[in-house]
Design a protein around this ligand. Structure first.
Ligand code: AMP
Length: 213
């Protein structure tokens, strides 16, 4: 399957993407994970992206398109891909449309995961992430067995720099201003599936149904 996952930070795009990868071997492509990896590695890309990310602002479109142009042409994308956190602006969506046309790849559709703002705020302030493997925990609903230590890889589990209250509030404003318009963009392309649900299983089922099985 070839899908775009849209939704505010904390809507559950990453969780849904991980569940979908189990179904048919499609790969999850998270621009946020790619950028965090680059920051951790101290690469040129990481240096350029770090300050924007820390403040909860978007990284410039040309940097993101440079990453995605390469990533979407890697062989593992042939089985399918789940775009998690990309596109995030109308110019990115337009550039993606051109890129896919150029490389002759058809998307199935875009999924809007619609979750109430109170749920988003609660999830983001209680979310914790492993700095090594990216595993996601939650201090209330899914804590690590040992505080601060990843159950899966033993790495440190921390609150992301952009999950302070100030950065979260900025990320939600940025989402409403820059990313929410993509819902209309894909609706106009006749490619939108909206699912209003806080359960990832409900979202996954709705996607499978729309895919026809
Ligand atoms: P995420 O993990 O998807 O919430 O992304 C974390 C941060 O990475 C965002 O707040 C942005 O600073 C940056 N980022 C991730 N994806 C994009 C994108 N498609 N366009 C611009 N910035 C992005």
């Amino acid at each position: 399957m070839k899908l775009i996952l849209l939704g505010a930070p904390g809507a559950g795009k990453g969780t849904v993407a991980k569940q979908l990868t189990q179904l048919d071997g499609s790969v999850q492509i998270s621009t946020g994970d790619i950028l965090r990896g680059a920051v951790q590695a101290g690469s040129e890309l990481g240096k350029q992206a770090e300050a924007y990310m820390k403040a909860g602002d978007l990284v410039p479109d040309d940097l993101i398109m440079g990453i995605m142009e390469q990533r979407l042409q890697e062989p593992d994308c042939e089985k399918g891909f789940l775009l998690d956190g990309f596109p995030r602006t109308i110019p990115q969506a337009e550039a993606l449309k051109d890129l896919l046309k150029r490389i002759a790849v058809d998307l199935d559709f875009a999924v809007e995961i619609d979750v109430p703002r109170e749920v988003i705020l609660d999830r983001l302030t209680t979310r914790r992430t492993c700095v090594d493997c990216g595993a996601i925990y939650n201090v209330k609903s899914m804590p690590t067995k040992v505080e601060g230590v990843c159950d899966k890889c033993g790495g440190s589990v921390v609150q992301r720099d952009d999950e302070t209250e100030e950065a979260i509030s900025n990320r939600l404003d940025v989402y409403n201003e820059k990313t929410a318009p993509l819902v209309d963009f894909y609706r106009n392309e006749n490619m939108l599936l909206t699912v209003s649900a806080t359960s990832s299983e409900v979202v996954v089922n709705a996607i499978q149904e729309r895919l026809g099985g």
